[in-house]
Ligand binder design. Sequence first.
Ligand SMILES: Cc1ncc(C[n+]2csc(CCOP(=O)(O)OP(=O)(O)O)c2C)c(N)n1
Ligand code: SF4
Length: 274
Amino acid sequence: MVETLTAKDFSNGNAPTWCPGCGDYGVLRGIQSALAKLNIQPEDSVLVSGIGCSGKISHYFGGYSIHTTHGRTLPTALGIKSSRPELTVIAAGGDGDGYGIGVGHLVHAARRNLPVTYIVMDNSVYGNTKGQTSPTSPLGYESSTSPEGNLDQPINPLLLAWSSGATFIGQGFSGDIKHLEDLIIKGIQHDGFSLINVFSPCVVFNKAQGYDFYKNIITYHERPASSPQDLVSLIAENPFSAGVLWQRQKDNTRYHKQKSEEPDLLTYLKTRIV
Ligand SMILES: Cc1ncc(C[n+]2csc(CCOP(=O)(O)OP(=O)(O)O)c2C)c(N)n1
Ligand code: SF4
């Protein structure tokens, strides 16, 4: 057990292969420093990632990690948390992974409210496959899959999560690591599911939404919305609002009760061996 942890303790020494300037570096750093500040030991933490440039984040993580299949980040993370509740479980992936192919899992993870922190590196593009339009690409966004400009209304992940019952909704920016680190700490401390949407620029395929774009448009909020109406107007006013935007405590007694009553895996397996 390491007494005083630093972000470095959550690196496995592999050098990231992201493009220079990719926003995902900031997210990796935010996760590493948040865990160190919370004094969570690397062996007590798991990072589950999806497929995409963002999915590579688990390759660099110094705790346990799983690089799962496209869009299946959340079911994998929820499975781990259900069987090993004592672990800190972080799920991470891109907007394509989480809001496209995996969007159904977001809805059910929010309903179920298991204490898993879900960090989405939202660059509004499919970076890994060379810049196709994603569920959060703005209207008019031109790519090989929307050569005449995106005609589809982008989804709002925050409102989608809220309407599914999410008890913690935050938004951050990989260009502001200090703020992001604080957001991740609060997400991990929350007794329930937390969604943290992070604007994480793809400097190669979505140049219109680079660091300067976000710096000029983000507004910071000190406190979560006080009512659903407040949340909706906050997001309607500026979808680039950052901070803990929604937080509620839902009765998690059933989860904690089940957790304390469940035998550990080894004990369970022994009962199955005849
Ligand atoms: C089932 C399946 N469908 C499609 C793909 C191809 N694919 C790989 S990554 C990706 C999109 C990734 O975009 P995003 O989740 O936004 O992550 P980014 O690369 O931008 O970080 C796609 C469609 C795949 N690997 N598996
Ligand atoms: S293509 Fe975009 S998302 Fe992928 S590593 Fe490069 S900058 Fe990051």
